[in-house]
Write a new protein. Structure first.
Ligand code: AP5
Length: 189
Protein backbone atom coordinates (compact mmCIF):
# COMPACT_ATOMS: atom_id res chain seq x y z
CA UNK A 1 0.00 0.00 0.00
CA UNK A 2 1.22 3.49 -0.84
CA UNK A 3 -0.21 6.04 1.58
CA UNK A 4 0.26 9.78 1.16
CA UNK A 5 -0.74 12.73 3.31
CA UNK A 6 -1.56 15.74 1.13
CA UNK A 7 -0.97 18.58 3.54
CA UNK A 8 -1.44 22.33 3.42
CA UNK A 9 -3.53 25.29 4.57
CA UNK A 10 -7.12 25.95 3.48
CA UNK A 11 -7.16 26.73 -0.23
CA UNK A 12 -3.71 25.30 -0.95
CA UNK A 13 -5.13 22.90 -3.55
CA UNK A 14 -5.34 19.63 -1.59
CA UNK A 15 -8.74 18.68 -3.03
CA UNK A 16 -7.85 19.74 -6.59
CA UNK A 17 -4.58 17.81 -6.62
CA UNK A 18 -6.06 14.77 -4.83
CA UNK A 19 -8.60 14.33 -7.63
CA UNK A 20 -5.82 14.27 -10.24
CA UNK A 21 -3.68 11.83 -8.27
CA UNK A 22 -6.67 9.53 -7.77
CA UNK A 23 -7.18 9.41 -11.56
CA UNK A 24 -3.47 8.94 -12.25
CA UNK A 25 -2.54 6.34 -9.62
CA UNK A 26 -5.81 4.82 -8.38
CA UNK A 27 -5.50 6.01 -4.79
CA UNK A 28 -8.56 6.00 -2.53
CA UNK A 29 -9.24 9.62 -1.61
CA UNK A 30 -10.05 10.21 2.06
CA UNK A 31 -11.07 13.83 2.69
CA UNK A 32 -12.46 14.47 6.17
CA UNK A 33 -13.89 17.80 4.91
CA UNK A 34 -15.87 15.98 2.18
CA UNK A 35 -17.04 13.34 4.69
CA UNK A 36 -18.26 16.06 7.07
CA UNK A 37 -20.03 17.95 4.26
CA UNK A 38 -21.72 14.68 3.27
CA UNK A 39 -23.00 14.32 6.86
CA UNK A 40 -24.24 17.93 6.72
CA UNK A 41 -25.98 17.28 3.39
CA UNK A 42 -27.79 14.28 4.89
CA UNK A 43 -28.68 16.33 7.99
CA UNK A 44 -27.37 13.64 10.32
CA UNK A 45 -26.88 14.36 14.01
CA UNK A 46 -23.12 14.40 13.46
CA UNK A 47 -23.53 16.72 10.46
CA UNK A 48 -25.70 19.19 12.35
CA UNK A 49 -23.18 19.37 15.19
CA UNK A 50 -20.20 19.65 12.80
CA UNK A 51 -21.79 22.40 10.71
CA UNK A 52 -21.71 24.92 13.57
CA UNK A 53 -18.03 24.23 14.19
CA UNK A 54 -17.09 24.35 10.49
CA UNK A 55 -19.04 27.55 9.85
CA UNK A 56 -17.06 29.10 12.71
CA UNK A 57 -13.80 28.03 10.99
CA UNK A 58 -12.80 25.78 13.87
CA UNK A 59 -11.66 22.16 13.93
CA UNK A 60 -14.14 19.36 14.56
CA UNK A 61 -13.18 17.10 17.49
CA UNK A 62 -10.40 14.57 16.99
CA UNK A 63 -12.63 11.64 18.06
CA UNK A 64 -15.16 12.33 15.30
CA UNK A 65 -12.70 12.60 12.43
CA UNK A 66 -10.51 9.70 13.62
CA UNK A 67 -13.65 7.52 13.81
CA UNK A 68 -14.63 8.46 10.25
CA UNK A 69 -11.14 7.64 8.93
CA UNK A 70 -11.10 4.31 10.79
CA UNK A 71 -14.40 3.30 9.17
CA UNK A 72 -13.10 4.14 5.67
CA UNK A 73 -9.83 2.27 6.22
CA UNK A 74 -11.70 -0.80 7.43
CA UNK A 75 -13.99 -0.66 4.39
CA UNK A 76 -11.16 -0.81 1.82
CA UNK A 77 -8.63 -3.48 2.87
CA UNK A 78 -7.44 -4.10 -0.71
CA UNK A 79 -6.87 -0.48 -1.75
CA UNK A 80 -3.75 0.36 -3.78
CA UNK A 81 -3.20 3.13 -1.24
CA UNK A 82 -4.83 6.15 0.35
CA UNK A 83 -4.50 9.91 -0.08
CA UNK A 84 -5.33 11.65 3.17
CA UNK A 85 -6.63 15.16 2.37
CA UNK A 86 -7.28 17.51 5.28
CA UNK A 87 -6.34 14.78 7.77
CA UNK A 88 -4.40 14.65 10.07
CA UNK A 89 -4.86 18.21 11.33
CA UNK A 90 -3.60 17.76 14.90
CA UNK A 91 -0.81 15.76 16.47
CA UNK A 92 -3.42 13.51 18.14
CA UNK A 93 -4.86 12.75 14.68
CA UNK A 94 -1.39 12.06 13.24
CA UNK A 95 -0.58 9.65 16.07
CA UNK A 96 -3.95 7.92 15.70
CA UNK A 97 -3.40 7.53 11.96
CA UNK A 98 0.00 5.92 12.52
CA UNK A 99 -1.60 3.46 14.96
CA UNK A 100 -4.48 2.62 12.60
CA UNK A 101 -2.12 2.00 9.69
CA UNK A 102 0.23 -0.06 11.82
CA UNK A 103 -2.67 -2.35 12.71
CA UNK A 104 -2.99 -2.95 8.97
CA UNK A 105 0.76 -3.50 8.55
CA UNK A 106 1.17 -0.35 6.52
CA UNK A 107 2.31 3.25 7.09
CA UNK A 108 2.49 6.76 5.68
CA UNK A 109 5.08 6.87 2.89
CA UNK A 110 5.31 10.66 2.64
CA UNK A 111 3.62 13.90 3.63
CA UNK A 112 3.49 16.30 0.67
CA UNK A 113 3.02 19.85 1.92
CA UNK A 114 1.62 22.42 -0.52
CA UNK A 115 3.23 25.78 0.23
CA UNK A 116 1.08 28.79 -0.71
CA UNK A 117 1.26 32.38 0.65
CA UNK A 118 -1.68 33.59 2.74
CA UNK A 119 -2.70 36.33 0.25
CA UNK A 120 -3.07 33.69 -2.49
CA UNK A 121 -5.05 31.32 -0.22
CA UNK A 122 -7.42 34.09 0.78
CA UNK A 123 -7.94 35.24 -2.81
CA UNK A 124 -8.67 31.68 -4.01
CA UNK A 125 -11.18 30.99 -1.23
CA UNK A 126 -12.96 34.35 -1.47
CA UNK A 127 -13.29 33.74 -5.22
CA UNK A 128 -14.63 30.21 -4.67
CA UNK A 129 -17.07 31.55 -2.04
CA UNK A 130 -18.87 33.58 -4.71
CA UNK A 131 -20.39 30.37 -6.04
CA UNK A 132 -19.46 27.40 -3.82
CA UNK A 133 -22.26 27.78 -1.30
CA UNK A 134 -19.76 26.65 1.38
CA UNK A 135 -20.67 28.28 4.69
CA UNK A 136 -16.96 28.68 5.53
CA UNK A 137 -15.85 30.45 2.32
CA UNK A 138 -16.37 34.03 3.56
CA UNK A 139 -13.54 36.37 4.52
CA UNK A 140 -14.08 36.24 8.29
CA UNK A 141 -14.25 32.44 8.43
CA UNK A 142 -11.37 32.03 5.95
CA UNK A 143 -9.17 34.08 8.28
CA UNK A 144 -10.27 31.96 11.24
CA UNK A 145 -9.53 28.74 9.30
CA UNK A 146 -6.04 29.97 8.47
CA UNK A 147 -5.47 30.91 12.12
CA UNK A 148 -6.61 27.43 13.25
CA UNK A 149 -4.23 25.93 10.69
CA UNK A 150 -1.31 27.97 12.02
CA UNK A 151 -2.02 27.17 15.66
CA UNK A 152 -3.13 23.53 15.56
CA UNK A 153 -2.10 22.02 12.23
CA UNK A 154 1.40 23.29 11.40
CA UNK A 155 2.90 21.06 14.17
CA UNK A 156 1.75 18.09 12.06
CA UNK A 157 4.31 19.05 9.40
CA UNK A 158 7.03 18.90 12.09
CA UNK A 159 5.69 15.50 13.16
CA UNK A 160 6.36 14.10 9.67
CA UNK A 161 9.61 16.03 9.34
CA UNK A 162 10.92 14.27 12.47
CA UNK A 163 10.14 10.98 10.72
CA UNK A 164 12.00 12.23 7.58
CA UNK A 165 8.73 12.03 5.66
CA UNK A 166 8.07 15.68 4.79
CA UNK A 167 8.38 17.10 1.26
CA UNK A 168 7.56 20.75 0.70
CA UNK A 169 6.05 21.50 -2.70
CA UNK A 170 5.51 24.93 -4.26
CA UNK A 171 1.70 25.16 -4.49
CA UNK A 172 1.61 28.29 -6.66
CA UNK A 173 1.28 28.00 -10.42
CA UNK A 174 -0.88 26.15 -12.90
CA UNK A 175 -2.75 23.13 -11.50
CA UNK A 176 -0.91 20.89 -14.03
CA UNK A 177 2.51 22.21 -12.99
CA UNK A 178 1.81 21.49 -9.34
CA UNK A 179 0.55 18.02 -10.29
CA UNK A 180 3.90 17.39 -12.04
CA UNK A 181 5.79 18.46 -8.91
CA UNK A 182 3.79 16.03 -6.77
CA UNK A 183 4.12 13.18 -9.26
CA UNK A 184 7.88 13.57 -9.47
CA UNK A 185 8.03 12.85 -5.72
CA UNK A 186 5.43 10.07 -5.67
CA UNK A 187 7.13 8.25 -8.56
CA UNK A 188 10.25 7.89 -6.42
CA UNK A 189 8.54 6.51 -3.31
P1 AP5 B 1 -11.65 20.95 4.38
O1 AP5 B 1 -12.78 20.58 3.52
O2 AP5 B 1 -10.54 20.00 4.57
O3 AP5 B 1 -11.19 22.37 3.89
P2 AP5 B 1 -9.77 23.11 3.90
O4 AP5 B 1 -8.61 22.39 4.45
O5 AP5 B 1 -10.11 24.41 4.53
O6 AP5 B 1 -9.44 23.11 2.43
P3 AP5 B 1 -10.24 23.57 1.18
O7 AP5 B 1 -11.13 22.48 0.69
O8 AP5 B 1 -10.88 24.88 1.36
O9 AP5 B 1 -9.01 23.80 0.25
P4 AP5 B 1 -8.03 22.76 -0.47
O10 AP5 B 1 -6.65 22.86 0.10
O11 AP5 B 1 -8.63 21.40 -0.60
O12 AP5 B 1 -7.98 23.48 -1.86
P5 AP5 B 1 -8.93 23.25 -3.13
O13 AP5 B 1 -8.32 22.25 -4.04
O14 AP5 B 1 -10.32 23.06 -2.67
O15 AP5 B 1 -12.17 21.31 5.86
C1 AP5 B 1 -13.28 22.13 6.08
C2 AP5 B 1 -13.58 22.15 7.57
O16 AP5 B 1 -13.96 20.82 8.00
C3 AP5 B 1 -12.46 22.56 8.49
O17 AP5 B 1 -12.35 23.96 8.63
C4 AP5 B 1 -12.87 21.87 9.79
O18 AP5 B 1 -13.90 22.59 10.44
C5 AP5 B 1 -13.45 20.56 9.30
N1 AP5 B 1 -12.44 19.50 9.20
C6 AP5 B 1 -12.06 18.85 8.07
N2 AP5 B 1 -11.11 17.95 8.34
C7 AP5 B 1 -10.89 18.02 9.67
C8 AP5 B 1 -9.99 17.35 10.54
N3 AP5 B 1 -9.14 16.41 10.11
N4 AP5 B 1 -10.02 17.68 11.86
C9 AP5 B 1 -10.88 18.60 12.33
N5 AP5 B 1 -11.75 19.30 11.55
C10 AP5 B 1 -11.76 19.00 10.23
O19 AP5 B 1 -8.74 24.68 -3.84
C11 AP5 B 1 -9.29 25.84 -3.26
C12 AP5 B 1 -9.69 26.79 -4.41
O20 AP5 B 1 -8.51 27.17 -5.14
C13 AP5 B 1 -10.62 26.14 -5.45
O21 AP5 B 1 -11.53 27.08 -5.90
C14 AP5 B 1 -9.65 25.69 -6.56
O22 AP5 B 1 -10.28 25.64 -7.81
C15 AP5 B 1 -8.60 26.77 -6.50
N6 AP5 B 1 -7.28 26.31 -6.90
C16 AP5 B 1 -6.69 25.11 -6.60
N7 AP5 B 1 -5.46 25.03 -7.13
C17 AP5 B 1 -5.25 26.21 -7.78
C18 AP5 B 1 -4.14 26.73 -8.51
N8 AP5 B 1 -3.01 26.05 -8.69
N9 AP5 B 1 -4.25 27.98 -9.03
C19 AP5 B 1 -5.40 28.72 -8.86
N10 AP5 B 1 -6.49 28.26 -8.17
C20 AP5 B 1 -6.40 27.02 -7.63
Amino acid sequence: MLNIVLFGPPGSGKGTQSQLLVEEYGFQHLSTGDMLRDEIGRQTELGLAAQKVMDAGQLVSDDIVIGMIQNRLDAAPDAFGFIFDGFPRTIAQAEALDRLLEEKNTKIAQCLSLEVPIEVLTERLVERGKKSGRGDDNLETIQKRIQEYREKTTPVADYYDHQSKLSKVDGVGEVSEINERLRSIIDHL
